[in-house]
Design a protein around this ligand. Structure first.
Ligand SMILES: C[S@@+](CC[C@H](N)C(=O)[O-])C[C@H]1O[C@@H](n2cnc3c(N)ncnc32)[C@H](O)[C@@H]1O
Length: 406
């Protein structure tokens, strides 16, 4: 596929600003579906993701009423294994408290039966080592509890697949769950010429291509889950979204906050302007993720003849709500060392964004050069947060979907 510049006003403007620096990017080769483009940041087995993902525990807490309603509504056969899957689990720490509550509820209702099996699904490059270490208490367990240690007849496993593929045999899953993972796309449809995130870009043509890719991917994700869910099975999916006003989280500029997605884009752009990276590297740095609107999320369920409805999925309920930034809340309540606060705030953002900035850098650079650029990039962000902690915020807008397999 060729991506032709020049049909988009913004692209033309950037092109004239940056001159021939953009020429080489005018032929765009999309990545293959199977290539993981999200590479976790942090050493395997270090627990980096869940140690720094403070706010993501709160998103799970926000999902709890819907998850419990789904579990309570299910007809469960205590003689059969009850299979739970966490799709896009990362190192699994953030969903541990929620799954503790689910397993506690099942044990209260059915005693020590049925056997419960929790499978953590994520890309083959995920930090599964930290997952098992945390479940076994070899890394700090959230609230000092692991359901694996506290309940009988509970088993865990991992599945190193992409959620765009069928990950389990037909009818395997009783309860599926996914949080803040399915906004990642299967492939990059085109580069964003003027921003790192599609929400920040002003290029209508590129945004349209992102929207088309996201619609295809959403249908694929749902059709695969329709195969994997057992009839009568339920699933709760928590997706990044934007509200009616178009606010997509990351900090409200109306409150005088610095928006994280805008900051990452503008700081990286300033790296290009200051010659720390090339203009081409700026264009080639893209977050291949999409914040679907609530309508886009609902679309596959509306028409009873849609492929998703025909595959047996029904949307039981849908709710959109923000999860306030846990770092900002802690700062407002406790204050403390601004540098330490900034380090953790930026680490959290780096855990899911580092891979995209790394991928944008030219392959002509050595790994050492790339590492130095990324260190200085995130250090500059950290300095800005340390100088004004009250201005930096990472509120997350999430759409919570309860889906049932007929
Ligand atoms: C921000 S983390 C969320 C982790 C965890 N669910 C939470 O809410 O804290 C996003 C996760 O989605 C995973 N992911 C992205 N694309 C994926 C794919 N195609 N298949 C499976 N997992 C994917 C990433 O590897 C990453 O672990």
């Amino acid at each position: 596929m060729r991506y032709v510049y020049g049909t988009c006003g913004i692209l033309r403007r950037l092109y004239s600003t940056y001159g021939s620096g953009f020429k080489k990017s005018s032929t765009w080769t999309p990545q293959k579906n199977s290539t993981p483009h999200y590479i976790p940041y942090g050493e395997d087995g270090s627990g980096f993701y869940s140690d720094n993902a403070l706010g993501y525990y709160n998103i799970m807490e926000n999902a709890k009423p819907m998850v419990m309603a789904a579990i309570n509504s299910m007809e469960i056969d205590p003689k059969h294994v009850f299979n739970i899957v966490d799709y896009g689990s990362a190192d699994g720490g953030t969903s541990m408290p929620l799954f503790y509550q689910v397993i506690k509820k099942l044990r209260e209702r059915y005693g020590d039966s049925p056997p419960i099996h929790v499978t953590y699904e994520d890309q083959p490059v995920a930090d599964f080592k930290s997952l098992f270490m945390r479940l076994q208490g070899l890394l700090p367990m959230p609230d000092n509890h692991s359901y694996l240690k506290d309940f009988h007849n509970v088993y865990v496993g991992a599945c190193g697949m992409s959620f765009f593929d069928q990950c389990f045999e037909d009818g395997f899953v009783n309860f599926g769950f996914s949080s803040t993972a399915m906004h990642w796309l299967s492939r990059g449809p085109c580069p964003l010429p003027d921003a790192v995130f599609h929400m920040v870009s002003s290029c209508g043509e590129a945004k349209e291509q992102f929207a088309t890719q996201a619609a295809q991917d959403w249908e694929t994700i749902l059709l695969q889950r329709a195969r994997e869910l057992t009839p009568g099975g339920h699933m709760v999916i928590v997706n990044c979204t934007s509200d009616e006003s178009g606010y997509y989280g990351g900090g409200r500029w109306t409150f005088g906050h610095v928006n994280m997605c805008q900051k990452l884009s503008s700081l990286w752009h300033s790296f290009a302007q200051r010659g720390k990276i090339t203009k081409e590297e700026f264009v080639n740095t893209n977050m291949f993720a999409y914040w679907r609107s609530q309508d886009e999320m609902q679309a596959p369920f509306v028409n009873e003849n849609s492929r998703v409805r025909k595959a047996g999925l029904t949307l039981v309920s849908q709710e959109t709500k923000p999860t306030p930034c846990a770092f900002q809340a802690r700062w407002q309540k406790e204050g403390g060392d601004a540098r330490q606060h900034a380090k953790q705030f930026v680490n959290m953002c780096r855990s899911w964004s580092n891979h995209a900035f790394h991928a944008g850098l030219s392959n002509k650079r050595t790994e050492e050069e790339k590492a130095a650029i990324l260190e200085s990039f995130f250090k500059e962000y950290e300095d800005e947060v340390a100088a004004a902690p009250e201005k930096h915020d990472m509120e997350v807008m999430s759409c919570f979907l309860h889906i049932k397999r007929n």
